[in-house]
Ligand binder design. Structure first.
Ligand code: PEP
Ligand code: MN
Length: 343
């Protein structure tokens, strides 16, 4: 349910609304917009106390949200939300370019790839230290040593970093080293992990599960928001299909589909969606044209020696060319890739 607060309500009245919602046994979530404050009310809408909400001074309207996701819905927050990762703004016209190797392999590779992607205009550096691999015999990631390398390299190039967290017990550790927590496709419905990340004070990059619907994705985002973490960025990374010439099938319609239903930023990951460097640039361009709030790509200076996802990595010069195209497209779309202010 949503309580729309009167534009002339005093701060005391708003505080009183929040207190009363709590006293009636519901959980309030406040969204302060430029002209309006809205209070999302989570709880059993069948309770008779619901009738009382319209009587609280300062409340102008009471709306029931019919969608199963509430805090993630457009009804709760009309304008596009922006999420900050360090200084980097994602959403509301500001685009993210998240780039880096699939896994943190060693300092040298991380440093080399970071140098190239930074020069190309990437604004967030990625690299997995805990890798969800199909085979238990495949490289599982460097763990904490990898987190240290990622953090050091991020600082060296003045880029915030994002890395995957696979287990609720890893959240504290990963938070010490990263600027953004990634929840991978395989863990999109790991509800304990979603709740733990919802309690963390880091933004979350939530990837769509490979057999998840758009609604499932938004419900998973709701788990994080319901714990109090408002900073969620969604990722379309393709879903499983009968097509076997690409790694997954990229659902580009998920971008406007999510945007219609939710205020949360959504970016696209054509690397995991297609698994093919020959298709990735076109799909990145399509993402920006579809209105995505950014793109996520894997880049490696020597894909043949990469310890995971080498075949889908872009080479540094391919990344550079791609960014040139994407910047022009972004201008045409009335947005821009976030860049640090010139010194
Ligand atoms: C990754 O980003 O390296 C990754 C494992 O992605 P996904 O969870 O989308 O498969
Ligand atoms: Mn990968």
């Amino acid at each position: 349910m949503i309580l729309v607060i009167r534009p002339d309500a005093t701060l005391e009245q708003i505080d009183h609304v929040i207190e009363t919602v709590r006293e009636l046994g519901f959980t309030p979530h406040v969204s302060r917009g430029e002209s309006r404050t809205i209070v999302g009310v989570i709880g059993d809408e069948a309770k008779p106390q619901v009738e009382n909400f319209s009587a609280i001074p300062g409340v102008e309207q009471v709306h029931r949200i019919l969608k199963p996701f509430k805090l993630a819905s457009r009804e709760f927050h009309k304008p596009d939300s922006a999420v900050y990762v360090g200084k980097v703004k994602i959403g509301a016209g500001s685009l993210a370019m998240i780039a880096g190797p699939c896994a943190v392999e060693n300092y040298e590779v991380m440093d080399t790839v970071a140098k190239y992607v930074k020069a190309g205009g990437a604004n967030i550096l990625r690299g997995g230290a805990f890798k969800p691999r199909t085979s238990p015999y495949a490289f599982q990631g460097m763990g904490e040593d990898g987190l240290k390398i990622l953090k050091d390299v991020g600082q060296k190039y003045d880029m915030p970093v994002v890395t995957e967290v696979m287990d609720p017990r890893q959240v504290d550790l990963v938070c010490r080293y990263t600027d953004m927590l990634q929840i991978g496709a395989r863990n999109m419905q790991n509800f304990d992990l979603l709740k733990e990340c919802g309690k963390a004070n880091k933004p979350v990059l939530l990837k769509r599960g490979m057999s998840a619907t758009v609604k499932d994705l938004l419900m998973s985002a709701e788990y994080i928001l319901a714990e109090g973490n408002k900073d969620v960025v969604l990722v379309e990374r393709g879903v499983r299909s009968f097509e076997d010439s690409t790694r997954n099938m990229l659902d580009m319609s998920a971008v406007p589909n999510v945007k219609g239903q939710s205020h949360l930023p959504i970016i696209v990951d054509p690397s995991h969606a297609t698994g093919r460097p020959d298709l990735i640039p076109a799909m990145c361009r399509a993402s920006v044209a579809a209105g995505a709030d950014g793109v996520h790509v894997e880049v490696h200076n020597c894909p043949e020696k990469a310890m995971s996802d080498g075949p889908q990595a872009l080479l540094p010069h391919q990344f550079l060319d791609l960014m040139g195209d994407l910047r022009r497209l972004a201008t045409a779309m009335g947005c821009e890739f976030w860049a640090p202010p010139e010194k």
